[in-house]
Design a protein around this ligand. Sequence first.
Ligand SMILES: *Cc1c(COP(=O)(O)O)cnc(C)c1O
Length: 391
Amino acid sequence: MKKSFAAVQQQTETSIVFDTHPEVSIDLSLVEARLKQGYQKPFLLIDSNIIRNKARRFKTSMPRVRPHYAAKANPDPRVLKTLIEEGVGFEIASIAELDLLMSLGVPAAEIFYSNPMKSRAYIEYAAAKGVEWYVLDSIEELRKIVSIKPDAKLYLRIDTPNIGSDWPLAGKFGTHLVDVSEIIDEAVRLKADLAGVTFHVGSQCRNPQNWRVGIERAQTVFASMREAGLKPRLLNLGGGYPVRHVKPIPSIEVIAEVINEAIADLPEDIHVMAEPGRYLVSDSACFVCRVVGTATRNGKRWMYWDAGIFGGIIEVSEGLRYEILTQRNGSLIPWSVAGPTCDSVDVLMHDEMLPEDIQENDFIFIPNAGAYTTSYASNFNGFPLPDVVVI
Ligand SMILES: *Cc1c(COP(=O)(O)O)cnc(C)c1O
């Protein structure tokens, strides 16, 4: 295992071409126009045309891969409707997400239940609503699903390298290769329709080779499935497709080159899908908040925004660096930035270089913040949830 990881690492350093294609952001004049109507609280302004274009770009770069949007990235109904109109399917983790999608007219058959750990009650509910496909990554989950829905179509989530991802997920989910044969044998014994393989390379993944390794491992699992008498027909490439913030990224076209080559010799009867979340929505939106006040503490400059860790800007706590724009042009100095709550966790960044003349009531603009912001926000300490405005 260690050896193959090292090999992947080496390829990372030599073969990634970054920023080969222009990335997009919402036009800031749209944000300014919106602010002319007044400001009550933080908001996310979404340009749905960008979502449309991202969905089209994804499909064009990988014609064989059907995108199923990971609803958790931004479950706003207008976002979901835009993606429905673009012919995108969906991936869910809970029955609230299922209900939301079905209320918008998405057929249950288009919805994949990709959370590897589902409660019995949730599986029963999803089965009653007509969801056909369910993921699993353990023998216990296999038995649980089959005991509720014996004819469920099942896909196995396997472990794959998360090297070069901002949010490595490896460890929490994913069957290790040593445990695969036991699960396959149990599926055969239960007469279960174990028919697919999936993996997740980790969110905001900057290493296209992770998808190649995942696809190669999936092919090994397909071979074992066939040997056991199962009929594999689904390859689900998961999520992780990155978006541009401060660091360079491999464009979707560069990732697609790796994926298209790796799936080229898959049999025709294997349906290939993916679960982009961040990629489809992040670039479409700008998050707008405001400076509540500033302070100098022991010589250090602090500013406090009306949205922080609890107001939707939580991914900074896991190392994401956003681009931050203001309407000031003073010289840049290091600031500590915090949210409005009294929790010590609510600090967004230290030594962030921002204009020295920032003051109370200034607006803060965070481009490309359409994913994992409003969906994470809470009312902690009595501060309001951000608005979502869609144009
Ligand atoms: C969160 C998630 C995704 C989407 O991940 P992104 O990094 O936003 O693309 C896809 N599939 C599953 C199973 C997930 O949990």
